[in-house]
Design a protein around this ligand. Structure first.
Ligand SMILES: *Cc1c(COP(=O)(O)O)cnc(C)c1O
Length: 432
């Protein structure tokens, strides 16, 4: 499979280049030149196998020309080690729980896959790679844990001191071995700027091989298709005909993977782009005009994005035809008050504990169902475990949220971050 840049579709690169480069030099995004298809018969077959076997089947479709069978098997077996269960909430409404990985958010699936793929490429070239990433919380924990103990790669994570939650900091800053956590005396934007400066620094890049674990990497996008198939395969046959899926969205990587799954042949009737008040995409879907805005802070903070990076990929998938995009995606946005009220109401009625992101997803699905009656099933994605946002959730449900063992394990560990000032020279000292 070859990849092109959304800014130049004539220059093609292979998987290895696309993954190690992350973003094309022209600042577009890499897209596959073709989307593999899955037949109705194959779909029938995948509904009878485990999530890992299913993931392997889809991974072969994407990677069989570029990677050996043994390597694809290794990547899937080592990264897809937990399930994505479908839970019936009421009637034909379901939650797909994507938080059963080590850092309790859906980013675990693809970050683990990407880490192992990068490691195998680097090993081939007998290189040592340094991966640098800035985080406002969630990405950092998924990346740190996905790369932990991975050969040939050192990860340097920059986070703003005192500005991420205790749980997030424990997941980022307590790891040893190949993970270095830099606690920056500054804001998230300062961290991001330091990272961008390093990635663009020609002198530095002559001395070390530097890459980024950014969410726009194609190796993080494609594995996210696996759990769309898993969602479908767990549904009762009679519920599959008119399926809609609501995706709580920020940078729209997750939803973009769903659109790719649909193009492969997965029968999803409609996608719901559910957002908090950062509503650039719902606005676009209503008016046809895309207006990036500064992001606003909300309680579903992993979705506080004012200029979603995967929007260009979505347009690309539909050849830029607005009417076709509108046929497949509808967008709704919700306030924090609505998000909180839905957490409370859902717990009261169905004893199900939502996190703020899943709550936004469920609100989008409920709104769609109110406006359209002809669906066989509606699935919303639960993208994070409620324990990650317990301060918000416990207030609404009036109960303690049980902290899963794997999260509790992080809480006892000793913090080992390195403090630096918002100063590029201090970053360089840590990189070389
Ligand atoms: C990152 C994240 C999202 C948003 O996903 P995108 O792919 O950026 O749209 C939603 N929920 C949680 C918990 C996240 O961490």
């Amino acid at each position: 499979m070859k990849f092109y840049s959304t800014k130049n579709n004539s220059k093609l690169v292979d998987l290895k280049t696309a993954v190690l480069e992350g973003m094309p030099k022209d600042s577009g995004l890499y897209m596959p030149t073709e989307i593999p298809l899955i037949s109705t018969k194959e779909l029938e077959d995948v509904s009878k196998i485990s999530f890992q076997e299913l993931s392997l089947f889809i991974a072969f479709k994407f990677f069989k020309d570029d990677l050996s069978k043994a390597l694809i098997e290794k990547l899937v077996h080592e990264s897809i080690t937990f399930d994505a269960p479908l839970v019936n909430i009421y009637d034909n409404v379901y939650a797909l729980e994507l938080f059963h990985g080590p850092t309790l958010a859906f980013k675990d699936f693809a970050a683990r896959f990407m880490a192992r793929l990068m490691s195998s490429f680097v090993k081939e070239d007998k290189k040592k790679l340094k991966v640098i990433v800035a985080t406002s919380g969630d990405t950092g924990s998924a990346v740190a844990n996905s790369f932990y103990s991975i050969d040939n790669i050192e990860v340097i994570i920059l986070y703003p001191s005192g500005k991420i939650s205790k749980i997030q900091e424990q997941q980022i800053a307590t790891l040893d071995k190949n993970i270095k956590a830099l606690e920056v005396n500054g804001t998230f934007d300062d961290c991001q700027k330091l990272v961008k400066t390093a990635l663009a620094d020609k002198e530095l890049n002559k001395k070390i091989d530097l890459s980024s674990a950014n969410s726009i990497n194609i190796a993080r996008l494609l594995p996210q298709t696996f759990y769309y198939f898993r969602a479908w395969s767990q549904l009762d046959k009679k519920r599959r005909d008119n399926l809609v899926i609501s995706v709580p969205s920020g940078n729209f990587g997750n939803l973009c993977a769903g659109l790719i799954a649909k193009k492969m042949g997965l029968p999803i009737k409609k996608f719901i782009a559910s957002t908090n008040i950062n509503d650039v995409i719902p606005q676009y879907l209503t008016t046809g005009a895309y207006t990036a805005k500064a992001s606003k802070q909300t309680i579903s903070n992993a979705m506080d994005v004012g200029d979603p990076s995967n929007f260009v990929r979505i347009k690309e998938l539909y050849g830029n035809i607005f009417d076709d995009i509108k046929k497949d995606i509808v967008g709704f946005s919700f306030t924090d008050d609505q998000t909180r009220a839905n957490i409370k109401d859902t717990y009261k009625r169905y004893s199900y504990i939502l996190d703020p992101h899943g709550s936004v997803g469920m609100l989008g699905l409920k709104k769609y169902i109110r406006q359209n009656e002809d669906i066989s099933a509606g699935i919303f994605f639960e993208t994070a475990h409620p324990a990650k946002f317990m301060d918000i959730v416990e207030k609404e449900i009036g109960q303690k949220v049980l902290i899963p063992e794997r999260l509790a394990a992080f809480m006892d560990k000793e913090k080992r971050s390195i403090k630096i000032n918002n100063d590029y020279k201090e970053l360089i000292e840590q990189l070389i």
